[in-house]
Design a protein around this ligand. Structure first.
Ligand SMILES: [Zn+2]
Length: 591
């Protein structure tokens, strides 16, 4: 394909609206109001015996309202992301949020009716469209775990002052923390984000100080934070096990992700078995840092420090090139984001930090935000976010409700895109220091998203069991230390303050068992990548099939149709074999 050279620009939102006070926006808001009022009148027409055609037209109308709402909200939120200091944009977003919440409440009756419907008529209605089917089916998954309307109301009411209030209390306590670290003879007062920069610093003393300070602060409140955790875990057991009749604490989360319990068990088992791969990596890292043994403080220590920079035009060509090498159509789709001016890559004051890809509706090319600063990391991020965009575009034939991949599959194209780029860079890069940087980054990331998260999930599983048996906070902290020892073996020295690490992980408080989705997503991509390396050409159509399925089927089914059986431990092992290959290569170039 021919590549034009692109330069860094600000995006245009004109494919949505020209401005927030344009006549088109006014008309859209007015129409939304009218359509919602219209939709409310169908309430009395919702009958188990209505015709399939009537049901289909209701669903299509519901989709139409949502498409319009997504466009309005998409504009408001993207405008705000482009300049978070713009008070007018902020006020507009708040107004739209309020407006849409009201509309949502007015249309809520449809999903409530649908969930309460008997299986017979529901089956008849689901047959009307193969595309809406999974979305309709998924809403009904919770039918047997749903209580009576009155009980649901009481649960909601009591959660406000119960588990939600405890979650807020946890946030309020921990967000106030100030960390003090001595840097160059001066005491600095830092937020957690600022503190963690030192945890990745090249100076081993600063890394140590950062971690010690982090867990000194959390440890001081350890008994209180631990008590909050115990209470949330008991609340989870009361609601999910006793009232909703889930078979285990993790099963409630698995159903939300639509991943069978057995698959999650296999995934976590394979992770546990493969901890030694990362232990080998940590031994190597220690050697390169000139240490006998890595301390837990050094897990994210930088090893090489290459100064390689890639200017924007060159970076975009590298990404297109890596994508095109795999499949030209993917590169063409990625280029559409640039050509339609849906990419904001400039670094500007007030612009949201980090990077994201935002898909508004299936019909529109996604918008991508980057803060491009020419580091190798920035090129990888570009490949990652463009991978997300490609995923959406490949699935754009589906409805609004079925185009977006569900959480466990959401990072497939993005991480795969990054892998394609890294492979291409490694194939062309002759500078050993740059190669080593790239490989280290890969394995560091794999550790943080795969093994670390898997061991959090393993701890959660154990902690929920222990709390059920009446364990004290002290006993939970001991169990956490044991968990770390299994994870790191003899490769890493874990000092005692890490016994408080678990009380510093918001996810295990706010969204129990959320963390394994990271493990699932990342390891899935590595396993797919291994199949690509083994099979070459014949893998490509299967991979594209996974992406173009979007969210129109359950993860198990999407993958099964591409010939992948996630019930098999061997499949997940394939992902670890890729990591093992990276560590082998690192060992080879680090003699
Ligand atoms: Zn992502």
């Amino acid at each position: 394909m021919t590549t034009a050279t692109f330069s860094q620009t600000r995006w245009s939102l004109a494919d949505l609206f020209d401005s927030q006070d344009s006549p088109k926006m006014e008309a859209a808001l007015k129409q939304l109001e009218e359509m919602t009022a219209d939709f409310e009148t169908i309430r009395e027409r919702l009958l188990p015996e209505m015709s399939q055609d009537e049901f289909l037209s209701i669903v299509q109308y519901y989709e139409k309202i949502n498409v319009q709402a997504y466009q309005v909200y998409g504009f408001a939120s993207l405008q705000f992301a482009a300049d978070t200091q713009d008070q007018v944009a902020l006020a507009f977003m708040a107004r739209i949020e309020q407006f849409l919440t009201e509309l949502q409440n007015r249309t809520l009756f449809f999903s409530l009716w649908w969930k309460g419907l008997d299986d017979g008529p529901a089956e008849r209605f689901m047959a009307v469209s193969s595309d809406y089917r999974y979305w309709l089916e998924e809403m009904r998954h919770f039918k047997e775990h749903t209580l009576t309307e009155l009980e649901e109301k009481i649960v909601n009411l009591k959660n406000v002052t119960g588990s939600s209030a405890l979650g807020t209390l946890y946030d309020t306590i921990t967000n106030r923390y100030v960390y003090k670290v001595e840097v160059d003879g001066e005491i600095q007062e830092l937020t957690r984000g600022e503190l963690m920069v030192y945890a990745r610093h090249y100076d081993p003393v600063l890394r140590e100080r950062a971690y010690q300070e982090l867990y000194r602060v959390y440890g001081d409140d350890g008994p209180v934070l631990g008590l909050i955790y115990q209470t949330l875990v008991r609340d989870w057991a009361n609601e999910q096990l006793n009232l909703r009749r889930f078979s285990s604490p993790i099963a409630a989360r698995n159903l939300i992700n639509d991943i069978p319990d057995q698959v999650v068990d296999t995934l976590l088992e394979v992770c546990q078995k493969n901890a030694p791969v990362f232990q080998r990596f940590f031994h190597l890292k220690a050697r390169l840092l000139g240490m006998d043994r890595l301390r837990r403080y050094d897990v994210y220590a930088p090893v090489a420090k290459s100064q390689k920079r890639y200017e924007f035009g060159q970076a975009s060509e590298m990404v297109f090139d890596a994508f095109a090498h795999f499949e030209p159509h993917i590169a063409e789709l990625a280029a559409r984001v640039f050509k339609e001016n849906h990419l904001d890559s400039e670094v500007r004051k007030g612009k949201r930090g980090g990077a994201f890809c935002s898909t508004i509706t299936p019909a529109l090319t996604p918008w991508v935000l980057l803060n491009y600063q020419s580091r190798p990391d920035d090129v990888a991020t570009m490949a990652h976010e463009l991978g997300h965009a490609v995923h959406s575009m490949l699935a754009s034939d589906h409805s609004l409700f079925t185009s977006q991949a569900s959480l466990p599959l959401a990072e497939t194209a993005s991480t795969f895109g990054e892998m394609l780029l890294i492979d291409r860079l490694l194939a062309e890069e002759t500078d050993e220091a740059v190669r080593r940087d790239l490989l280290f980054r890969q394995v560091d990331d794999a550790y943080a998203t795969i093994l670390r998260q898997a061991f959090f999930a393993l701890f959660e599983r154990q902690a929920h069991e222990l709390v059920g048996q009446g364990a004290s906070v002290e006993e939970l902290a001991n169990a956490y230390m044991e968990n770390l020892k299994t994870q790191f073996g003899d490769a890493v020295d874990v000092s005692d303050e890490f016994r408080w690490e678990w009380v510093s992980i918001p996810h295990i408080y706010q969204v129990p068992f959320y963390v394994y989705a990271y493990t699932f997503g990342q390891l899935l991509v590595l396993a797919l990548y291994q199949q690509y390396q083994i099979e070459g050409e014949s893998f490509k159509p299967r991979y594209l099939k996974i992406l173009s399925a979007g969210g129109s089927e359950s993860p198990v089914k999407v993958l099964a149709e591409a010939g992948i059986d996630i019930y098999q431990a061997e499949f997940w092992q394939g992902g670890f074999d890729v990591i093992k290959g990276l560590v082998d290569e690192l060992e080879a170039i680090s003699v």
